[in-house]
Write a protein that binds this ligand. Structure first.
Ligand code: SAM
Length: 269
């Protein structure tokens, strides 16, 4: 462990920026953006450059004049089909390599006494590795950080708002799961299930069950797509719309809510 010199601390703001709609920046996020001297960004490659562009537009609108941007290259990630153990190991390995890049960015681009910021998609607490990466960097002891988290509006909240529905029914739980844990996650409880990180249209594995689906892609952006209905009736439509949009944009981000249809209350309650 390296011993830190007094006064060598760097302040880092981890700012949730919402999941696509620039108007979903909170007032706290705007104030935090104004406090930052330098914004640290991990580039995602050309296919997701529109996401980087959105961040840049937010900075042009809200950051202090003369703000700096320091960009590092997001390391390659093994996304091959894996069992649960190797998947977790691959994610940890990727995180460590991202920590290497972020540590370098912080040491090279953020002077002691300055304030840096990461702009995190949606909310930093939901399927985002920024906080875990910063924990790892702190554990290494090479740089002393004061970290502050500013919450953001998640894609899940935007999905519910766009469909004008709630995430839960009265007195029932909500389960949020990555798609790779379907269908077991959706059958393990009596509430509604929010599915994220779906690369394979995993809702098709549930077609035997009587479910209502509220589906949304590119939520909050001008390309937003929304479909809802009984899964058995709309699964094909979602499949086609999704494949077509993915081909046009080169990438897709979608989220959906699955709600068991029950004769006594129906899907709209
Ligand atoms: C790595 S997670 C990040 C979640 C983010 N921290 C949040 O609070 O929404 C990425 C997943 O979030 C969902 N997602 C993020 N932005 C989205 C959007 N604009 N429209 C639909 N789904 C989105 C998708 O399920 C995507 O696979």
């Amino acid at each position: 462990m390296t011993t830190q010199q007094p006064g060598s601390r760097r302040r880092l703001l981890v700012i949730g920026i919402g999941a696509g709609d620039p108007d979903h920046l909170t007032l706290a996020a705007v104030k935090a953006i104004r406090r930052a001297d330098v914004f640290l960004i991990l580039g995602k490659g050309p296919e997701k450059s529109s996401l980087t562009d959105l961040r840049r537009a937010m900075l042009d609108e809200h950051a202090r004049p003369g703000y700096r941007v320091a960009e590092g290259q997001d390391p390659w990630r093994d996304r091959s089909e894996q069992d649960r153990g190797s998947y977790t190991a691959a994610v940890h390995d990727w995180r460590s390599r991202r920590a290497d890049v972020c540590e370098r960015l912080i040491l090279d681009e953020l002077a002691p006494g300055e304030t840096g910021a990461f702009l995190v998609w949606g909310d930093p607490a939901l399927y985002d590795s920024t906080l875990a990466i910063l924990d790892e960097i702190e554990d290494r002891g090479t740089v002393a950080l004061d970290i502050e988290v500013i919450p953001g509006i998640t894609s899940v909240q935007t999905l519910a708002a766009r469909h004008r529905t709630t995430l839960n029914r009265v007195g029932r739980p909500i389960h949020i799961t990555p798609a790779r844990r379907l269908p077991e996650a959706a059958t393990a409880h009596d509430g509604d299930t929010v599915v994220m990180l779906d690369a394979h249209e995993s809702f098709t594995r549930l077609e035997g069950r009587d479910l209502w689906i509220y589906w949304g892609a590119y939520l909050g952006t001008p390309d937003e797509l929304l479909i809802s209905g009984r899964l058995a009736d709309v699964a094909d439509e979602i499949r086609h719309v999704r494949a077509d949009a993915r081909a046009r944009h080169g990438w897709i981000m979608d989220t959906y809510l699955l709600r068991p249809v029950e004769p006594e209350d129906g899907p709209e309650t």
